[in-house]
Ligand binder design. Structure first.
Ligand SMILES: [Fe+2]
Length: 483
C-alpha cells in the first residue's frame, strides 16, 4: 500500500511539513537585485522523511537528508534539491515504507533493515577535499556531486576513517585542514571514547587520535582554535542500553556539569585537560579562538533543553530553555578548572555563525536566526535574523513578521572581499501560510533595513538545519568545481 500521509507531529506540520519532491528550477524570479559581486553556491541540508515515521515519538533530527543547492551568478539564481540516497533511504524506497525506528532505535526497526546502517545524512552539507559531503553525527559522510547533487556514496577516506563523523567538523581556512571527531556508541564496562581526526586540504587523512571522555554524550559540536581542540561533554547522555530497556536513548542529566576537554591540536590523549562549567545545553558555537593563554568560545547555550527528556521522560519547555549567545573563557594558565561564562546577547537564538573564513581565529560578529514573538522558535519558527557585534554588544535585527520561519543566517563574502563584514548574509525564510519560500539576501552590515533581494522559490521548502555558502573565488569552491 502506498504511503498516504504524515502523522500529526510538531516537526511534520506547518513549516516543517515535508514537500516530498525533487525539482530543478533553472532561473528563479528575483525581487530586488542580486548583487553582481555575489557569486557562488548556497547549500542547505535538512530532515525530510520520505515515508511517514512509524514510531510515536518522531524527532526533528530523524528525517532523511534533503539537500538544496542555489547557484548564484550574474544577478541570477537557479536551484535544485535532492534526497541523499543513503543505503537506508534506498532500502526504504525499495520497500515503499519507513523501516527504521526513531534515531535508528533497534527495538522498533523492521528486521529486514537490520544489516543496513541508519544514516540520514541530514544535518550539514560542506565542501572539502574537492567533495560535497552530507553529514550527520553517528554515521560516515555521504558524498554528492557538487552540481547535480547525485549521491555518490559513503566516504571512508580510503578506509582510514571508519568511525562516525561529526556534523560540525571545522575547516581551518589558514591551512585548509578539516578537523573532525567521531563518537563511538558504547555501553558496558568500557569507558567511552571519541576519535579525533585531521584531514588535509586535499582530502587525505593525516591524523587519528583516540580520546577517552568522561561520559557518552551527544557531542554535536566541538571547538578548534589555532593551536587547540576542545571536546565538550554536555549533560546530554547517550545510552543504547537504556533505549533497549525502554528509556530515552538521549537523556538530559540536570546535575551533571558540562565538561570541556582541551588538547593541543598536535597533542595526544594524555595532554587533555578537563574544565567544567555549570550544566549547559550547547549544540553550536559562533566561533572559538585563542587570546593569549585563554580560549574564547562564543556559543549558543542554555540551562537545559526542550529537545530531549530527562531520565524520567520529563521534557522542559522551549521558553524555559531558550538559548542565548554566551562567551565561555577557559584560562589555560589558571590553577582552577573553572570556565567563566558571560551572556553577550540574551535573545532567543538557534544557529550562530561567524564569517567562516575566521573559524579558529578571532572574529567580531555573530550571525544567527532569532526569535522575537514565537512561543517555541523550533516548532513555530524563528521569525527574525540577528547580527551581534560581540565587542560592543550592538545588535542588528530584522523581523520577517510573526509566524515566519527563518533558517540559519550565514555570511556570504563579496567576490574579492576579505574583511569580516564585506559581503552579504543569506537565509531561507518561509512566511506563515505562504506557498513560496524566499532566499533572502541582506547587506551583511545592515540587516535591519531588510533584504536587498529575495529569490522566490515557487514552493515551500521545509525548515531545515545547516547551510554553507562558497564564493566562486574561495579555494574550497575552486577545488570542488574545477573537476
Ligand atoms: Fe548542528
Amino acid at each position: 500500500m502506498a504511503a498516504t500521509n504524515y502523522r500529526e507531529s510538531p516537526y511534520l506540520t506547518g513549516h516543517h511539513r515535508p514537500t516530498r519532491m525533487e525539482v530543478d528550477a533553472p532561473d528563479l524570479f528575483v525581487e530586488g537585485e542580486l548583487p553582481a559581486d555575489l557569486a557562488g553556491v548556497f547549500y542547505r541540508n535538512g530532515a525530510e522523511p520520505l515515508y511517514p515515521p512509524t514510531d510515536e515519538d518522531y524527532h526533528w533530527f530523524d528525517g532523511d537528508g534533503m539537500v538544496y543547492a542555489f547557484f548564484i551568478e550574474d544577478g541570477r539564481a537557479s536551484m535544485r534539491n535532492r534526497w541523499v540516497r543513503t543505503d537506508k533511504l534506498l532500502l526504504e524506497m525499495k520497500e515503499g515504507r519507513r523501516l527504521f525506528g526513531v534515531h535508528g532505535n533497534p527495538v522498533t526497526t523492521d528486521p529486514i533493515a537490520r544489516h543496513t546502517r541508519y544514516n540520514t545524512a541530514n544535518t550539514n552539507i560542506i565542501l572539502h577535499g574537492g567533495k560535497l559531503l552530507a553529514l550527520m553525527e553517528g554515521a560516515p559522510p555521504v558524498e554528492l556531486d557538487p552540481r547535480s547533487l547525485e549521491t555518490i556514496g559513503e566516504e571512508s577516506y580510503g578506509g582510514v576513517i571508519t568511525t562516525t563523523f561529526s556534523a560540525h567538523p571545522t575547516v581551518d581556512h589558514a591551512n585548509g585542514e578539516l578537523v573532525n571527531i567521531g563518537t563511538i556508541a558504547r555501553d558496558g564496562d568500557r569507558s567511552p571514547e571519541i576519535h579525533y581526526e585531521v584531514i588535509d586540504f586535499s582530502g587525505r587523512p593525516i591524523r587519528t587520535e583516540v580520546i577517552p571522555v568522561p561520559h557518552q554524550s551527544l557531542m554535536h559540536t566541538f571547538f578548534v582554535t589555532e593551536n587547540h581542540v576542545v571536546f565538550p561533554v554536555t549533560p546530554l547522555d547517550v545510552s543504547i542500553k537504556r533505549a533497549l530497556s525502554g528509556g530515552p536513548i538521549v537523556a538530559w542529566m540536570p546535575d551533571r556539569p558540562t565538561k570541556l576537554g582541551v588538547m593541543p591540536r598536535r597533542g595526544t590523549a594524555s595532554d587533555v585537560r578537563w574544565f567544567e562549567v555549570e550544566p549547559r545545553h550547547m549544540l553550536h558555537q559562533a566561533n572559538v579562538w585563542e587570546d593569549g593563554h585563554r580560549i574564547v568560545a562564543d556559543v549558543a547555550a542554555a540551562e537545559g533543553t526542550a529537545l530531549f527528556p530527562d531520565l524520567h521522560g520529563r521534557r522542559r519547555s522551549h521558553q524555559e530553555t531558550q538559548q542565548s549567545l554566551r562567551r565561555w573563557t577557559i584560562d589555560l594558565a589558571a590553577d582552577t578548572g573553572a570556565v567563566r561564562e558571560e551572556i553577550i546577547n540574551d535573545r532567543d537564538i538557534q544557529f550562530p555563525r561567524p564569517d567562516d573564513r575566521l573559524m579558529t581565529r578571532p572574529s567580531r560578529y555573530a550571525f544567527s536566526n532569532s526569535n522575537l514573538n514565537s512561543v517555541d522558535g523550533r516548532v513555530d519558527g524563528m521569525d527574525s535574523v540577528l547580527r551581534v557585534d560581540t565587542r560592543t554588544g550592538v545588535e542588528d535585527l530584522y523581523h520577517f513578521g510573526d509566524g515566519a520561519a527563518a533558517g540559519e543566517l550565514i555570511f556570504a563574502p563579496r567576490v574579492g572581499g576579505t574583511s569580516e563584514l564585506d559581503g552579504y548574509a543569506l537565509t531561507l525564510v518561509h512566511k506563515e501560510g505562504a506557498a513560496e519560500t524566499e532566499l533572502a539576501v541582506f547587506d551583511a552590515r545592515d540587516l535591519s533595513s531588510g533584504p536587498l533581494a529575495r529569490v522566490r522559490i515557487p514552493f515551500r521548502i521545509p525548515s531545515g538545519f545547516h547551510c554553507n555558502y562558497y564564493s566562486v573565488d574561495s579555494p574550497l569552491y575552486e577545488q570542488a568545481m574545477r573537476a
